[in-house]
Write a new protein. Sequence first.
Length: 262
Amino acid sequence: MPHKGVWPQDFGPGALPSVTFFLFFTSTTPIAIALSGIPVRQMEKPLCVAFDCDGVLADSISSWRTIHDHFGTSSKDLLQRFMAGELTDSEFMAADIALWKQKSPKIHRDDLFRAYSGCKLMKGAKELVADLKAAGVHVAIVSAGVDLYVQSIAAMVKADDWIANGFVFDDDGWLTDEGIVRVPSMEKYTSIKRLLEILDCPPNRLIAIGDSSMDLSMRVEDSTFIGFNPQRETAIKAFEEAGITVVNSKDLNDLRPYLGLE
C-alpha cells in the first residue's frame, strides 16, 4: 500500500511534511559510462527510487553553498574538517550559520528564500519524475541539503516524498544559531532504511541516485546506486572505487534506459 502524507515522526529527528516514493529499471545504455567498466546488472523493475537533490534534480552544487555565495562566505575549511570527521553534522551546520551571522547578524527566513531565487531544475527533471509516477513508481528525495530549498524542488517536480535538513527560526521568522539534522550526510542509509520500512519495499527493488561521494551512503544491502553527473574529483574517484554505474550528463532523461522508461 503506497504511503501518503507525512513520514512518521520516528523516521528521523522531526520528519518533514512530505509528498512519497517508488521506480523502474533495465540494463545497459551507451549514454551511461560505468567508470569501473562494470556493466549494469539486470534487475526487476524497482518499486522505489530515491533521488538526491543538489546536483541531481536541482542544477546547483549545494543548497548550503548557495547561501554562502549569497552572504559572501565560504565553508571550504569547515567542509574539510567535516570530511575528516572532526565535525558532526550539527556542529557543521552551527558553524555555517555562525559564518553567515558574522556578515549579517539578523537573518530572516525570507532572506534565505531570496538566496535561492535563481536556482533551477536539472534538465529533464519534471518530465522524468512525471513519467516514473505515471508508470506506478514512487519518487522520493533524500537530501542532506536545506529543507526550504528541497521542499520547493519537491513541489516543482511533484515528488511523492522528501526529507532534508533545516534550520530553527523563532516565532518572528529569525534564524537561530542551530540547525536540524534529519539526514546525516554520511549516513543517508538511515533515511533509506526507514523509507523501505514505511513502504514495505525490499531493498533489491530500490534505486538511489546521487552525484557525490556522500550520496553513496544511500546504498543499503541489495539495493542499486547510480551516480549522476559527478563534478567533484572526490565523487568521481569514490564512484570508480565503488564500481557503480555513472551517467555523465546534465540531462536526467539520460537515466531513462536504466529506469525502465525506454
